[in-house]
Design a protein around this ligand. Structure first.
Ligand SMILES: Nc1nc2c(c(=O)[nH]1)N[C@H]1C(S)=C(S)[C@@H](COP(=O)(O)O)O[C@H]1N2
Ligand SMILES: [Mo]
Length: 544
């Protein structure tokens, strides 16, 4: 300590205190305490994000970021992502994004310190005007940046708030997250900084106060970290571990109608919406004569019908089980449009928006021709949560990706509105005709002379199935199978044939279907990505 006479006019160096810290030490102290404050602030903001997600269904910035990224990569990058992260393809990248966000928030503490320019040691625990102002600007800029970047992803709410309200809530959520960040950063940084002993205070008391303040900030950070962990745990207790679940195939038997809990499931979400039916509305808008809104109750009073419609994911390969059949009950889109006085000229497409931010659009003409359904009931019960409670769309003839679940808004528009999978470059045309063996199953061993019942399914969306043929010689000759009557024009068809091989040997069995338009299923082998697979389901049988 030098003995320089303090300037009585200086705020920072009153007579009773030692001189200010050297420049190097000031920078060092500022940086270290700024990082600590930044980390504590980030952890508090993360906790708020978690609470808003669990308590109000507001998407976390991490989820918004995930949705944004998934729409801006192509199919190949998407598949590579799935391969890289394997079974944790959702949680691992999101966890990394969360850590990166906390890292950025921590580093931003230094920028804050740079902008507020506090000379050390400083005086007092109360942030000054400039500090509050910088913190506020931080919070506002971060909210603005988030809102601008995620504008298209914002209208989602996992408790089912309608489109505009969902967007407002998401923005409000961002604001809450970042205001908490700013406030903790501002108060925390101030609390952590080394201080002059105020005049007339005991040195020991001052030191104790400083120690308490520092412990307080750190405890807050640790507490928020633990709280976040708890919130994440509760959140992930609902994790969609069932994503990619195939339709059950017990004893190699398919039922004409798949029981709900055995139906295949595909979802983009780490945690699916759990819609609060009192908040949820269906909105009908855009180029329609009388826009309107329905509660769940009102919706169910509309004229409705039921029929069997088979769903198939585009990722279903030959012989695959990402395919199921259910009786869906709801209002036809055509009827809904009539209730709203018809669409207006220029309404070329219909766009569907969902509680999880998923959206698709399709040519209106086509959607009407295939008699699309907005269904609230699956096989006689309310839609199960994982299949889109309270309302989903069924578009016969299209792959599963174009059958949105957790629907909140129907909009009639002039142009195609891109969604997740179309942005990535997945095929979005009529689904390819497919057929499958259920029995014999994979490599069966058969005794010569034994009569083998062969059975399977065939599916061509709304085109229906005209004929199914089976080959037992690897596709050289074909024999026609008999067909069970389909449950509806949009349902899969069961085929049957008896086979009685007499000569021992190895047989290559294949099946192919002809759709309702007379087109024969192609035998050309094509993988799933990005156009959906084609080729015959082939089974080898050994006759002894
Ligand atoms: N809102 C929403 N709808 C969605 C999806 C989604 O992730 N979110 N996934 C789609 C995909 S890829 C498929 S294959 C089907 C699966 O429907 P299911 O789970 O009821 O069988 O839902 C489609 N609808
Ligand atoms: Mo899918």
């Amino acid at each position: 300590m030098s003995d320089v006479k303090p300037n009585p006019m200086s705020q920072e160096a009153p007579a009773s205190s030692p001189q200010g810290l050297s420049r190097v030490r000031t920078v060092l102290f500022s940086a270290v305490w700024a990082l600590v404050a930044g980390l504590a602030a980030s952890l508090c903001a993360t906790l708020v994000m978690g609470l808003l997600r669990v308590l109000a269904g507001i998407p976390t910035p991490v989820e918004l970021f995930g949705d944004y990224v998934l729409k801006h990569i192509n199919v190949d990058q998407f598949i590579r992502l799935l391969m890289t992260y394997g079974p944790n393809a959702k949680t691992a990248p999101l966890g990394q994004a969360l850590l990166a966000m906390i890292g950025i928030g921590t580093a931003l503490g230094c920028l804050y310190a740079l902008l507020v320019r506090i000379k050390l040691p400083t005086r007092g625990y109360r942030p000054g005007r400039r500090e509050w102002l910088v913190a506020l600007v931080f919070a506002l800029l971060m909210t603005l940046a988030g809102a601008a970047l995620f504008w298209k992803e914002l209208p989602q709410n996992f408790h089912g708030w309608p489109f505009d309200m969902a967007r407002n809530l998401s923005i409000l959520g961002l604001l809450c997250d970042f205001v908490v960040y700013g406030v903790v950063l501002c108060l925390g940084y101030r609390a952590l900084l080394p201080k002059y002993a105020a005049p007339n205070t005991d040195r020991v008391v001052a030191q104790r106060r400083q120690l308490l303040a520092r412990s307080g900030v750190m405890a807050l950070g640790v507490g928020a970290g633990l709280g976040t962990f708890g919130a994440a745990q509760r959140f992930l207790g609902d994790y969609t571990a069932y994503d990619g679940m195939k339709t059950a195939f017990p004893d190699h038997v398919d039922y004409p109608i798949t029981p709900n809990n055995e139906h295949y499931v595909v979802t983009q979400n780490p945690v699916d919406p759990s819609v609060n039916i009192n908040l949820w509305r269906l909105e009908v808008g855009g180029l329609v004569n009388k826009p309107g809104t329905y509660t769940y109750e009102e919706l169910q009073k509309l004229p409705s019908t039921a029929r069997a419609i088979t769903l198939e994911c585009i990722a279903n390969g030959p012989g695959g089980h990402l395919m199921g059949n259910a009786v869906w009950h709801g209002v036809p889109l055509r009827t809904l449009i009539e209730q709203h006085g018809g669409t207006q000229v220029g309404a070329k497409y219909v766009a569907f928006y969902c509680a999880d931010g998923y959206n698709i659009s399709l040519p209106l003409q086509e959607v009407l021709e295939v008699d699309s359904l907005l269904a609230w009931n699956m096989n006689g019960v309310d839609l199960p949560r994982r299949h889109g409670y309270p309302l989903r769309v069924l578009i016969p003839g299209r792959y599963g990706e174009e059958n949105p679940k957790w629907l909140t808004r129907v909009e009639f528009v002039g142009d195609f509105v891109p969604g997740l999978y179309s942005s990535q470059g997945w095929y979005n045309g009529p689904l390819h005709t497919t057929s499958r063996f259920n029995q014999p199953y994979k490599e069966s061993v058969i005794h010569a002379g034994q009569r083998v019942p062969m059975v399977g399914i065939a599916f061509a969306g709304n085109r229906g199935i005209q004929r199914v043929e089976v080959s037992v010689d690897g596709g050289t000759t074909w024999k026609e199978a008999t067909l069970d009557p389909p449950l509806s024009k949009d349902s899969w068809v069961f085929w049957r044939m008896n086979w009685q091989p007499t000569t021992p040997g190895t047989y290559t069995l294949a099946v192919r279907a002809t759709d309702g338009t007379g087109e024969v299923q192609t035998g050309r082998k094509q993988g799933t990505v990005p156009n959906g697979s084609t080729g015959y389901h082939v089974v080898t049988a050994t006759v002894k």
